[in-house]
Design a protein. Structure first.
Length: 271
């Protein structure tokens, strides 16, 4: 608590808008945006692996939060966080999901591509997001530290794994049923499990567009369409969207739409 107060006193309140913007780089919308664009425009094979590893990391984070159930700093001292910051913190505190998720996502890419500019960007994004969680008063430093450690660990292991190919129909149905039942038993895992299953069913033979017109289509039309489906289905279903069975179906459909249906409609495939 003392560290949070010291940081807030040192920087003051004028940095709140900036760090609120930075903290959203670790949000669900950021993952959807960056992951789909990477899959469409850069490398769908690696994008499939990235999606599964990041979702696995976030699922592990949810399990740990449900086990430890540590309170947020602002739950102990409400004045530590603004109402806008509290909106970004809807579950328990330990470990930080923003720190763990961004570390997994960006360090996986840095480890895979081994580009200096990407390493610099990844480290900057991860550290800024992690710092924003403490400055905003929604995490203790230990939450962020453990989240970073787990994210780095999962990224390091994940980049060396060889993920399974698209399963057969019978095996695939079995996987869907098992994960659906787990999602019913553990509702908080419905979304990451659905994304993992969706990427598992993805056949990444899509050829990324080589023209600016093709890239522009995915950026200007494809991405807004995916985000519209994500947000629109939530608004239409209302409170029903949080029911585990429905959440599992929503995110499974969203993943398959982004990785299979949309590319097949507008793209080219390797044979």
């Amino acid at each position: 608590m003392a560290v949070i107060k010291w940081i807030q006193a040192l920087l003051g309140e004028q940095w709140q808008p900036l760090f609120l913007g930075i903290t959203y780089l670790g949000s669900e919308y950021a993952y959807i945006g960056f992951m789909t664009l990477y899959y469409w425009l850069i490398n769908p094979v690696v994008g499939r692996q990235l999606g599964m590893i990041t979702s696995f990391s976030l699922g592990c984070n949810i399990l740990l939060k449900d086990i430890f159930l540590y309170p947020r700093p602002f739950e102990l001292e409400p004045n530590l966080a603004s109402p806008a910051a509290k909106i970004t913190a809807t579950d328990s505190s330990f470990p930080s999901g923003h720190a763990q998720g961004t570390a997994t996502f960006w360090l996986f890419l840095a480890l895979y591509h081994q580009r200096l500019w990407l390493w610099a960007s990844a480290i900057a994004i991860v550290m800024l997001v992690a710092f924003s969680r403490v400055y905003l008063g929604v995490h203790f430093p230990v939450d962020v530290g453990v989240g970073l450690f787990l994210g780095v660990l999962i990224a390091g292991v994940g980049v060396s794994l060889s993920l399974p190919s698209q399963p057969s129909l019978v095996v695939g149905l079995g996987i869907v049923v098992v994960n659906f039942l787990v999602a019913i038993a553990l509702p908080n895992l419905a979304r990451p499990l659905a994304v993992i299953v969706g990427f598992l069913f993805t056949n990444p033979c899509f050829v990324p567009p080589s023209t600016w017109q093709g890239r522009l289509f995915f950026i200007a039309i494809g991405l807004p369409l995916v985000l519209l489906i994500h947000k629109g289905s939530s608004l239409i279903l209302g409170d029903w969207s949080d029911i585990s069975a429905i959440a599992f179906g929503r995110y499974l459909f969203l993943t398959l739409f982004a990785t299979e249906l949309l590319p097949r409609i507008v793209g080219k495939y390797r044979h």
